[in-house]
Design a binder for this molecule. Structure first.
Ligand code: UTP
Length: 290
């Protein structure tokens, strides 16, 4: 069943309205959590899962900022080398991808996540591919995408990461209509995008990690709008149920919703505490303020 997945799509063309004015001139995905931008955590998670090609769906404003972050910076590297800063050189190297590893495509208008993924079709249509929403930051070992790859190797089809949300929050997520549970894996007969709590078939929500079969494009090609008047990725996934296997994985790890201010601050505390150089000071600061 194993099909190797080597491509990931990062949809980064949303408006990021909840983070204005921070996102007026930079994409939300460039906001740093602890010492690195959200997009870099996403790239690292993808690399750990075996991804070789990184496809950024963005727009002309955000493109140069993202490209510059992942490009080599010869001047900076020369200065660090001259000053003997080997640890810093390593950090800079980790944030650099080869030109052949990165592709950019544009979403001219933010018409929805399904439309953003459709914009990457020319790069991924022929095979299964991964999608990561970098503002869902996941602290996990192994990384969430690696966990999903292992499921995909066994089951194929579409695999999404899922977690339970509070019943009053179903209208923020794609929610599964579950038919069968098998340990951390679930099967569903449908998906509903942002249902009101009274209409939600469960509280099991899809979070920003997907492994998708090329079959989703048969539905995205139609350009149909769904909840909120947007072209929804969940509608395309839902339409493939019965055509390809579909599994939700209750991943091991903690997700931070860095698209919201609370989740972003929470992630900064969690990842800050993880950095050994800072964690003692941070712990003391937190104790003083609790
Ligand atoms: P969000 O729902 O968080 O929307 O998108 P947003 O525009 O980024 O932020 P808010 O709600 O206005 O604050 C989830 C992911 O889908 C991408 C976003 O960039 C983000 O990674 N997206 C969304 C697109 O690339 N294009 C779209 O049309 C919509």
């Amino acid at each position: 069943m194993s099909t190797s997945i080597t491509k990931v799509v990062f949809p980064i063309a949303g408006l990021g309205t909840r983070f204005l004015p921070a996102t007026k001139a930079i994409p939300k995905e460039m906001l740093p959590v602890a010492d690195r931008p959200l997009i870099q955590y996403a790239v690292q998670e993808a690399l750990e899962a075996g991804i070789e090609e990184f496809i950024f769906v963005t727009n002309p404003t955000n493109h140069p900022i993202l490209e510059s972050h992942f490009s080599a910076n010869a001047d900076l590297e020369a200065t660090l080398a001259e000053r003997g800063k080997t640890a810093e050189l390593k950090i800079v190297a980790e944030a650099t991808l080869g030109d052949d590893q990165i592709k950019f495509c544009y979403q001219d208008e933010p018409l929805g996540l399904g439309h953003a993924v459709w914009c990457a079709k020319e790069y991924v249509a022929d095979g299964p591919f991964a999608v990561i929403l970098p503002d869902d930051l996941i602290q996990a070992k192994p990384g969430c995408l690696k966990q999903m790859m292992d499921v995909h190797a066994q089951r194929g089809g579409n695999v999404v990461a899922v977690e339970n949300v509070a019943p009053n929050l179903t209208n923020r997520y794609g929610i599964l209509d579950v038919t069968k549970e098998d340990g951390p894996l679930v099967e569903a007969k449908g998906l509903v995008e942002k249902p009101q709590p009274e209409d939600a078939p469960s509280t099991l929500s899809i979070i920003g990690r997907y492994i998708l079969d090329g079959q989703v494009f048969a539905h995205l090609d139609k350009g149909l709008t769904g909840a909120g008047g947007e072209i929804q990725l969940t509608d395309a996934i839902s339409a493939t149920i019965g055509e390809v296997p579909f599994h939700g994985l209750r991943f091991e790890g903690t997700r931070y919703d860095c698209g919201s201010m609370y989740g972003f601050v929470e992630a900064n505390v969690a990842f800050g505490l993880e950095r050994s150089s800072q964690s003692q000071e941070m712990r003391e600061y937190l104790k003083r303020h609790l």
